[in-house]
Write a new protein. Sequence first.
Length: 330
Amino acid sequence: MKIAFYGTKPYDRIWFEPMGKEYGFDIHFIEAACNQETIFMAKGYDAICIFVNDHVDAQMIDVLYEMNVKAILLRSAGFNNVDVKAAEDKIVILRVPSYSPEAVAEFSMALLLTINRMTHRAYNRTREFNMSLNGLMGMDLYEKTAGVIGTGKIGQAMIRILNGFQTHVLCYDPYPVEGLEAEYVSLDELFKNSDIITLHCPLNSETRHLINREAIMTMKKGVYLINTSRGGLIDTEALIAGMLDGKFGGVGLDVYEEEEGVFYEDRSNDIIVDDNLARLMTFPNVLVTSHMGFFTREAMQAIALTTLENAYALENGLPLVNRVGVEMTQ
Ligand code: NAD
């Protein structure tokens, strides 16, 4: 199988190059992201391999179909960046449903601990021998109430971690699971009662802007908000309005609704044209990271393995257990 691998970073090659050879695949690594301009580079390939900020819309699906590309191999769990409906009878979409839920949950806790205890600011201060503690006071997590939205694999890992800190854990999911050390409540109750809110649900038409002005109004003053799921879950303008209102104790964002084309790139010499992102960066109690919750050795290895197993299954007519279907978008 010939695979056009979009958005290649040096760390992708570490895993995909040797494993791809073992499978006998011909992988062509392309640095450019997958978009309307670069989609034609997939001509002559059997499959394309893309990541979270590569984008495949209905028009691009048609181009791929005409070029006889048979599969889109997502090296991610989320698939909101692909028009699944448009692909339905034309192209197979395969994903990596689970690689290391702990990697993302642990990173969510890292964001929470950082933004609460401000170790990022302390680090910068002490390097300049500014040993003042002014403005660095945090809160105990012990016996606070944490609200987990989405109790799938990552949400459950986060619940286990939060229980280790002896927080009282509330959770919300339209499809509850039994046996969690957490109390299912309505979304409204979760917003009203949580000192910490952490998002672990997928982005779809139902969850887009789940965190909007109305939701923020119902939250406790001083609430901590963590989003390692997808940027579109938060209405950024509503978040900024809430920040200006002094609503949030801290906000940790590993994802951002307009991250495509910005995250994963070095833009340090560019003029930032996204005013909302620039505004977010000015708040001392907001921490933005570049969609890196997944980024551990264990997770990268598992991503490469499942992506290539998916390709192998397709090539050899085996059951496609990780296929993304239209029913998953409803
Ligand atoms: P999962 O499918 O195991 O769990 C998602 C859960 O969300 C499910 O239990 C589902 O019922 C629930 N859900 C669906 N609609 C909901 C709604 N309206 N409100 C609340 N819950 C809802 O997925 P997962 O592996 O736990 O991943 C969760 C999300 O994390 C993914 O969708 C992806 O966007 C994100 N993610 C981010 C990174 C990163 O690097 N930052 C890495 C992997 C995944």
